[in-house]
Design a protein around this ligand. Structure first.
Ligand code: NIG
Ligand code: FE
Length: 431
């Protein structure tokens, strides 16, 4: 990690700014109000302190580049153990997700792998992924439990997520996905009783700052969603929910009534539910990586955006449905699948996901006084969706320090400010 000296990200071709620096979220039908003008960004301490030209700051040469806020990935399933490439091969041969799950694959197989792995092995795998995410521009990331499938194992997953948060450079948030699959020996109802019983420990002993549930015929139903919403309200934490991923269950209005802060997936949501979701203070978290890899239906992203929903893009990074951790790749998929413009993509990767994680008062935008989580992209933002598979991230500033410089972009940065090498990104936070 470089020393913390005042930085001028100078002379960029584009700097992404909000129409109003105080915004905490922006509905997607207003994305065109974002600006992408040439300019500079000044960083001092951990904050953004200006946008003028100032040669007294250490100069980062941003010619030809875009300067944007660090990306926020508000939906991942880290930590997990191992991978499930064998299942992907089955899917390619036409076996359905439900069938794979019934044959002992899916969430259950990741649960078994998680149980068999040591804490250090789980953490080591997750840190490698978090470092790779950082190189792709993710400066805040959410972790979920959900591969525990017993009281003890869910608490272990949450404890590991907490530890992981201390061992990665990103800011992190932890969500307790306590209703992911119905554990052996329980019905969905009796497991929800168990969830209710374990919540005092979850809230007292872990950093979990939200609750999540998977609503699907092979998991939990709308009544359980309502019940999870009541529990989230009781413990004053946001409700998140996986809904309408593989089939239509009418969960959108139920989730809104349950007070959800976000409804995620939405691939099979009925078009008639769009107006209600667009009017709600509830984000539509779209996961095109899962849709693409799992051959799911395509969520009505364009219609949600046009109706003014709070649209968000995330990776859903997990070993089953979306082993994709690159938000630039997610942006490219979203552009093609939903017809999102570049400004819509950027909004859905920055301010709006920061709002989902209750951190958009200090993250998610290049605005005076906000934390200096800043990316320099190696070309104009129009290339983000277009150069699909290319990682445009040239340089990452995290809380005011340069934490990653891509080798071919080192010419932008004075030598004394360059992190020693790529391994820097796997080190722990500076304290
Ligand atoms: O978001 N839908 C439920 N959970 C994950 C998949 C989990 C898994 O297959 O391991 C998802 O797609
Ligand atoms: Fe998910």
């Amino acid at each position: 990690m470089s020393p913390n000296v005042p930085l001028a990200l100078a002379g960029a071709a584009e700097v992404l700014r909000l129409p109003d620096d105080a915004l905490l979220y922006l509905r997607q039908d207003r994305a065109a109000e974002l600006s992408l003008e040439p300019g500079s960004v000044l960083v001092a301490g951990q904050e953004i302190v200006g946008f003028e030209h100032d040669t007294s700051y250490a100069q980062i040469d941003c010619r030809g580049a875009a300067v944007v806020p660090g990306f926020v990935d508000c939906h991942t399933h880290l930590p997990f153990a191992g991978w499930r490439a064998n299942e992907y091969a089955q899917k390619l041969a036409g076996v359905s997700y439900a069938e794979i799950a019934r044959n002992g694959g899916g969430i259950r197989s990741s649960s078994a792998a998680f149980a068999a792995a040591s804490d250090e092995d789980v953490l080591a795998q997750a840190r490698v992924s978090a470092a790779e995410m950082l190189r792709h521009g993710t400066t805040k990331v959410e972790f979920k439990s959900g591969y525990g499938l017993s009281v003890e194992a869910e608490l272990r997953a949450l404890a590991l997520a907490d530890t992981l948060g201390e061992r990665v450079i990103q800011d992190t948030a932890v969500t307790a996905l306590l209703a992911h699959a119905v554990p052996d020996g329980y019905s969905a109802d009796s497991w929800m009783d168990q969830v209710e019983t374990m919540l005092p420990s979850v809230m007292n002993e872990t950093d979990a700052g939200g609750l999540d549930i998977f609503v699907e015929s092979l998991a939990f139903d709308n009544d359980h969603l309502t019940r999870m919403g009541a529990l989230a309200a009781k413990y004053k934490v946001p409700l998140r929910a996986h809904v309408e991923q593989l089939a239509t269950h009418g969960s959108v209005p139920v989730g809104i009534s349950a007070g959800a802060r976000s409804l995620d997936h939405l691939s099979c949501m009925p078009l008639s539910d769009i107006p209600a979701l667009a009017a709600a203070e509830c984000a539509a978290v779209l996961l095109p990586g899962a849709e693409f890899m799992n051959a799911e239906q395509t969520a009505p992203g364009r219609a949600l955006a046009d109706a003014g929903a709070i649209c968000v893009l995330a990776t859903d990074f997990n070993p089953g449905t979306s082993p994709i951790l690159s938000l630039p790749l997610i942006a490219g998929l979203a552009a093609r699948l939903y017809g999102f413009s570049v400004k819509e993509l950027l909004l859905a990767l920055t301010l709006n996901p920061a709002w989902v994680l209750q951190s958009s008062d200090h993250l998610g935008a290049l605005a005076l006084g906000r934390q200096a989580d800043v990316l320099v992209l190696d070309g104009p933002t129009a290339q983000l969706p277009y150069r699909l598979g290319h990682n445009p991230v040239a340089l990452v500033v995290k809380a005011g320090r340069i934490v990653w410089v891509r080798e071919d972009q080192a010419w932008r940065v004075p030598k004394y400010l360059q992190p020693l090498d790529g391994h820097e990104v796997t080190t722990e936070k500076a304290r």
